[in-house]
Design a protein around this ligand. Structure first.
Ligand SMILES: C[S@@+](CC[C@H](N)C(=O)[O-])C[C@H]1O[C@@H](n2cnc3c(N)ncnc32)[C@H](O)[C@@H]1O
Length: 234
């Protein structure tokens, strides 16, 4: 990658308009559908507290707190995104890299990563870190590689018309499932998933469709007893 490349989340002029995207018609619709998928995935994990990695402007952080009643900490690499977040939320926000979380093992019931995992250059390390600090499991929300919306994003990016995805890797359902297995091995008890659909005007909004716009996964973790290293996760 070009040495001069600066990701959008470290560029003030882009960061300051990030939250306003959620107010437009597409943003509002996507937000509503993504929250529907996330809610259905998180409820069986029944966390009381949650670490949100890549929390950005705390858009979902405050929803988790206000709508689902969770005790929240938001974490992000970008000081600019965290400064924006502070305009909307007065909870605990921490600047750190997802690949080196500043928490002891099993600090949280669960961990969430929503449309941020795509930007992380060492995904195996990030999954191991997230599972290290989580007792019960994690929720991952992704822009599905196999969706019409991502095809459009990739074409725009190739044409130099979209600054958002130059350093992003888009995952398909089989790819993220394989990565989870590789990173966490037998620590995984169960993986559930759901997706939003993309066409407007159809009555079904969410479904289990590998071509859906947004993929949500809930990774339920096995209990780890102190001193044991789960097979395949070393
Ligand atoms: C598309 S935004 C998503 C923000 C929020 N989760 C949402 O859905 O509105 C991606 C976020 O990931 C953060 N990020 C990128 N790499 C990261 C890393 N290595 N560790 C922590 N956060 C990171 C960026 O700073 C940015 O705020």
């Amino acid at each position: 990658m070009n040495q001069d490349f600066i990701p959008w989340y470290l560029r003030q002029e882009i960061v300051e308009s990030y939250e306003s995207w959620y107010q437009g018609p597409d943003g509002q619709r996507m937000d509503r559908l993504e929250k529907k998928v996330l809610r259905s995935l998180i409820e069986p994990l029944a966390p009381k507290n949650l670490l949100e990695i890549g929390a950005g402007t705390a858009h979902f952080t405050r929803w988790f707190e206000q709508e689902l009643g969770l005790s929240m900490i938001g974490l992000d690499l970008s000081p600019l995104m965290l400064a924006e977040a502070r305009k909307y939320w007065d909870g605990m926000l921490i600047q750190a890299d997802a690949a080196a979380l500043p928490f002891v093992d099993k600090s949280f019931d669960a961990v969430a990563m929503i449309t941020c995992f795509e930007y992380m250059p060492d995904p195996i390390k990030v999954l191991r870190e997230a599972s290290r600090v989580a007792r019960r499991g994690m929720i991952i929300g992704l822009m599905n590689r196999w969706s019409v919306a991502t095809l459009r994003r990739r074409i725009q990016e190739l044409m130099g018309k979209n600054p958002f995805y130059k350093n992003a890797h888009f995952y398909s359902l089989p790819e993220i499932q394989q990565l989870l297995k590789q990173a966490l091995g037998d620590r995984i008890a169960e993986v559930r998933w759901g997706s939003t659909l993309f066409p407007k005007g159809i009555p079904i909004e969410t479904a289990r469709l590998p071509f859906g716009n947004f993929l949500g996964l809930a990774v339920h973790l096995q209990e780890v007893h102190d001193g044991t290293i789960p097979r395949g996760a070393g």
